[in-house]
Every structure is written in structure tokens, then in C-alpha cells.
Design a protein around this ligand. Sequence first.
Ligand code: FES
Length: 138
Amino acid sequence: MSCSRREFLSATTVAAVSTFLAACSSGSDAATGPSNVNVTVTLANFAALNVVGGIAQVSSTGTPVAVVRSGASSYRAFSMVCPHQGTTIGITTSGFRCPNHGATFNANGAWTGGERTSGLFEFTVTSNTTAGTITITS
Ligand code: FES
């Protein structure tokens, strides 16, 4: 079987792009989390959490952890370790941004732009409304 130069270049380009995309979608981008996080947070200590949509970093010892107030009495907690290459991400007005390669994430932890990667690792949150605390565990 023979093929033209154009057919050959087209086929090899498709193969090269496929290999490139496969390489980009694997590796260190899995949003795996630490297994040793167990943090209890007094909500009144974080003014940003007074309003729905507020975000605060609540722990920087070991794995940095951010809490998002997702509703009147609901909270979500995310690892602030970038799933791309492990840089500590920062908080923005609407989510998070990695200073290393610019990946951005919304307040639900989903990747929204910049360096393509997975979403943020989410921890389990248990509320104690009587005590005004939440406990974050991995
Ligand atoms: S380490 Fe965060 S975008 Fe690369």
C-alpha cells in the first residue's frame, strides 16, 4: 500500500498529537489527597466565612486547607496543594489560583483555566453547630 506525502504527514501529525495529549493527561495531575488531615476549625475565627461564598485558609500546618462557605450552614474543604505539580495555591475573590503555572479553580474546587489539571482534592467536613466548629478529615 502506498500513500501520498500529504496522507503520510497527516497521519503522522495525528499520531504525534495523540501521543502528546496522552502525555499531558497523565502524570502528577491526579487530585489525590493526604491521609493524615484532621483539623477542627472554630468558624468565628475566620471572618471570610461569615458570608456564603467566603473562602478562608484554615490550616497551613502540613497540608494547607481552605474552607468555602457553600451555604447558610454548609461548608466544603479543599486541599490547597495544586494537583498539577504541588505548589500551594492562593485564594481569589471567586476561588483559587496557582502562582506557579496559573491554573485556576472555582469555589467548588473544579479546574476552570490556566495550566490544565484536575480539580482540587476535597476533604470530608463534619459540622458541630452547637460548638460552632467544623472538623475536616481526609
Ligand atoms: S503547579 Fe499549579 S499550575 Fe503548575
